[in-house]
Design a protein around this ligand. Structure first.
Ligand SMILES: *Cc1c(COP(=O)(O)O)cnc(C)c1O
Length: 369
């Protein structure tokens, strides 16, 4: 369960259960595409050929370039190491039937990273530079983009860190913006399957803290609750709102959504929820393509009977159906615990179809590499 449990997160905390795949991919050697076993890929670090690096110094980002070196050499005084001054993003590049490659809403990731940077007093990376960096990294690592139909994708990890010589609690004198990538496999090889989650007694973010920013500090806070949940046999934990502990906010490192008995799409509204791009996209698809009523609002933990389907959504896992939620000594079971609900299935097909180019995308959602 350990390996598959990690696969349900938007950003699995540990390597997935495919340790054999990395041994099949010797990084140092110049292996050809034919040696990659696409069906064996999970979510594990792999040193691909190139990553993008740009430095900020004296008020501006340099031109940025690709490098083969996957080791960062930074000052021991870097704020990223001591004060958590860093943020990251996650997006995927998808191979289409015609061989071309799609990035899914990279402008949204650029905007979100700009908001994360602003919250942590870091310089913002312009949207054009962000998208261009992703493009360059995909092109330079094209042989790692999984084939159309494999269910896999090239996962991109952009990040900004505060570096340079410093010790006081203040913003760093210098910054690094980097983008690296890894090929990742399909989350559900035999189709989606519902999983049980447990309500955590811990908070991942404070009411007016950094919950809406995609920063490592939130993840550091979530490691222990996540490990506890998995130890107890759950896919991950669910966090309640940190102010009243009565409303669902986040599912591990993914967003929560649910479908009411009368077919309304509901997702929590809160300043400490991370504004996910998968969540945003599902809201738009539910409204515009499925014709559902969509609302952002309170999801009270003692009113789960309103819902017939529930799920967690994020870039890496796309949609993880939620079969049951353990709260104290009670397990709430959704109607769709045995079989993925019909609305969840339609949303999944629509979203993944758009991502790999099989379904027409709303304007601006797909950027060709
Ligand atoms: C990244 C993230 C998500 C999902 O966001 P997507 O843009 O859909 O990948 C949800 N919750 C948290 C805490 C996250 O960090």
């Amino acid at each position: 369960m350990q390996g598959s449990a990690t696969a349900h997160l938007a950003f699995p905390r540990t390597a997935g259960g495919i340790s054999t795949s990395s041994s099949k991919l010797p990084n140092e050697t110049n292996m050809g595409e034919s040696t990659i076993d696409w069906s064996a890929l999970g979510f594990s670090y792999l040193k691909t050929d190139y990553r993008y690096l740009s430095h900020w110094k004296d008020g501006q980002w340099d031109a940025g370039s690709l490098t083969e070196d996957n080791i960062l050499h930074i000052s021991e005084g870097s704020t990223a190491l001591h004060y958590g001054q860093q943020c990251f993003e996650g997006l995927k590049a998808y191979r289409c039937k015609d061989g071309s490659i799609n990035l899914f809403r990279p402008d949204q990731n650029a905007l979100r990273m700009q908001r994360s940077c602003a919250r942590l007093l870091m310089p913002q990376v312009p949207t054009e530079q962000f998208i261009e960096a992703c493009r360059q990294v995909v092109k330079a690592n094209e042989r790692f983009v999984p084939p159309y139909g494999s269910g896999g994708a090239l996962y991109m990890r952009p990040f900004v860190i505060g570096v340079g010589e410093n010790i006081g609690v203040r913003t760093a004198p210098e910054f690094i913006f980097s983008v690296f990538c890894i090929p990742v496999g399909a989350y559900f090889k035999g189709g989606m399957t519902p999983h049980d989650f447990v309500i955590s007694g811990y908070d991942r973010a404070a009411p007016n803290g950094t919950g809406a920013a995609k920063v490592g500090g939130n993840y550091a806070a979530s490691l222990l609750p996540g490990a506890d949940a998995k130890r107890d046999g759950f896919a991950d934990c669910i966090y309640l709102d940190p102010a009243s502990h009565s409303k669902i906010e986040e599912v591990g490192s993914a967003n929560f959504f649910a479908i009411t008995q009368d077919d309304e799409f509901v997702t929590p509204r809160s300043p400490s929820v991370l504004p996910g791009i998968t969540r945003l996209s599902l809201m738009e698809l539910a409204r515009d393509r499925l014709g559902l009523k969509v609302s952002e609002g309170d999801v009270h933990i003692d009113q789960l009977d309103r819902f017939k389907e529930a799920g967690a959504c994020g870039t890496a896992a796309v949609i993880t159906p939620i079969g049951g939620i353990q709260y104290g000594d009670k397990l709430h079971v959704f109607h769709s615990r045995e079989d993925v609900g019909p609305v969840t299935q339609r949303l999944y097909r629509e979203l993944t179809g758009i991502q790999c180019g099989d379904v027409e995308a709303p304007a601006g959602w797909v950027v060709k590499v």
